[in-house]
Design a protein around this ligand. Structure first.
Ligand SMILES: [Ca+2]
Length: 134
């Protein structure tokens, strides 16, 4: 039998999770009127991942260690990153909410990024002042 001049080698190239997702901002400042209704979408967080497929499929979460007092007011859509209001806000009770958010991809090993969301609750008087400045 003759020696073949070449050999075919099957190389299985596995997709590598080379990149961690990256939030577009280090901090998201969201202003909400206290008159906003529960269920309203008040903002959106977004990250990018330079991989493809599962390595770039992103899931968004509020930091699980966030205080319950904050968790009961806001929720984040895991797929879109949209932030919605679960309860109506009261500017006289609390003007700021700050929490960390996490985005992770579905590669192996999983990679992630974190960012911060600051929610500013505007009372009616704040909105009047803003309008005057315009
Ligand atoms: Ca990735």
């Amino acid at each position: 039998m003759e020696h073949s001049s070449f050999t075919i080698v099957n190389i299985h190239i596995q997709d590598k999770n080379s990149y961690a997702p990256q939030f577009e901002r280090d901090i998201y400042v969201i202003q909400v009127a206290e008159s906003a209704k529960s269920g309203a979408v008040i903002g959106k967080i977004n990250a990018n991942d330079l991989d493809s497929g599962e390595n770039a499929r992103l899931t968004y979460l509020m930091d699980p260690e966030t205080e319950n007092e904050i968790k009961k007011y806001f929720s984040i859509d895991q797929t879109s990153g949209s932030i919605s209001l679960l309860l109506e806000l009261d500017n006289e009770q609390k003007k700021y909410y700050v929490f960390s958010v996490i985005c992770y991809d579905h590669g192996i090993p999983q990679k992630k990024d974190t960012s911060v969301v600051e929610i500013r609750v505007l009372g009616e008087s704040d909105i009047v002042i803003m309008n005057e400045l315009e």
